[in-house]
Design a protein around this ligand. Structure first.
Ligand SMILES: NC(=O)c1ccc[n+]([C@@H]2O[C@H](COP(=O)([O-])OP(=O)(O)OC[C@H]3O[C@@H](n4cnc5c(N)ncnc54)[C@H](O)[C@@H]3O)[C@@H](O)[C@H]2O)c1
Length: 329
């Protein structure tokens, strides 16, 4: 198939481009490079450097496409609380412009990057796809809204869509050529690695009085290459089954913040200077996926089953690329 990857110059999208190529698919990337990097896109992949809602950019990017993987979006929970308009505009309104352009050209297949943040506070753990979706911040709400919009278009027979609800994406390409370069970085593993490498003064642990074994929050870390491979599996499954389906993508194992810190110390051989700060509002104590549905329907089997293995790939990238990708263009 020929696949348009929106956000393909970003962290997860660039890994998906690599897996699509490995599976023999043709790829085009649409990315405005607001958060992504030209260097993350292989030289043999056409890059349309433009906005998701720009008609001209969409025209060029959708040329000959059979399917779209839609990664482009904004993803900081904290930023979404202070700038809800920006989040709804990018994640919902611009995403709708993409969907309209697809439908106008007869492109009917869509795989969408959703998130466990679309569930809100867990009422049970592990969380399966039937867990209520009641998001507690504009980021989660914008992803929930886009899922709903896809469902309605799928019910109308206009698209065939899969929403993949990622838990915490982590790690970098095992060959060291692609990595995580969010600016500013907000994710725990790169922050802990930077603290270990002396690139930041230390790590703040947001609360150690949660109802967990060591008092710190528990999250489900899934390797970015496993996520990328799941997209290729979902592409193969798109033409069968219900017109809209949602799948959780997680490792189904929870690791506390302190366990992540210990893993970074083990793998790097260096101490992570850490201090305990106050809780962050809205942080649930435990978020762990049930990925039974993805296992059964897609054949999803994460290759990275150990936290140390995930951390090792992230450490390699950060050690070898102190400036990340460098400049965006
Ligand atoms: N990183 C995670 O742990 C995680 C977890 C759950 C869901 N997700 C979702 O996965 C997707 C990708 O996340 P990521 O970590 O790779 O983020 P990222 O910021 O690295 O990648 C997003 C890409 O989208 C591009 N983009 C943003 N707005 C655009 C616009 N208006 N037009 C064109 N391109 C635009 C950016 O330049 C960037 O390259 C997001 O939709 C995010 O919500 C990520």
């Amino acid at each position: 198939m020929k696949v348009l990857v929106t956000g393909g110059a970003g962290y997860i999208g660039s890994h998906a481009v690599r897996e699509l190529q490995a599976a023999g698919h043709g790829v085009t990337v649409l990315d405005d490079l607001s958060k992504g990097f030209r260097a993350a896109v292989p030289s043999d992949v056409p890059l349309v450097a433009g906005d998701l809602a720009d008609p001209g950019a969409l025209d060029r990017a959708l040329e000959g496409a059979d399917a779209v993987m839609h990664f482009a979006g904004l993803l900081s929970v904290a930023e979404s609380v202070s700038q809800p308009t920006t989040y709804y505009r990018t994640n919902v309104a611009k995403g709708l412009a993409l969907l309209e352009a697809m439908i106008a050209r007869g492109v009917r297949r869509m795989i969408f990057s959703s998130t466990c943040a679309s569930y809100g506070m867990p009422v049970r753990v592990p969380m399966d796809e039937a867990h209520p979706q009641d998001p507690i911040n504009p980021y989660g709400a914008s992803k929930r809204a886009y899922e709903r919009l896809l469902l309605d278009h799928a019910r109308a027979g206009l698209v065939q869509a899969v929403a993949l609800r990622y838990f915490n994406a982590a790690g970098c390409h095992p060959d060291g050529s692609l990595g995580e370069d969010h600016r500013p970085e907000e994710h725990l593993i790169p922050l802990a690695i930077d603290a270990a490498l002396g690139r930041r003064p230390g790590l703040t642990i947001h609360g150690d009085d949660y109802d967990t074994a060591d008092g710190t929050c528990i999250r489900d870390y899934i390797h970015v290459q496993d996520l990328a491979k799941a997209h290729v599996l979902a592409l193969g499954a798109l033409d069968h089954g219900e017109p809209f389906r949602a799948f959780n993508l997680g490792s189904e194992h929870g690791h506390s913040v302190r366990e992540v810190v210990l893993s970074v110390e083990r793998v790097s051989g260096r101490a992570v200077p850490a201090t305990v700060g106050p809780r962050r509002p809205g942080d649930p104590p435990r978020l762990v996926a049930s990925a039974v549905r993805a296992r059964e329907a897609l054949g999803f089997r994460p290759a990275f089953t150990e936290l140390d293995g995930i951390v090792e790939t992230a450490l390699r990238w950060r050690r070898d690329h102190p400036e990340g990708y460098g400049s965006r263009g």
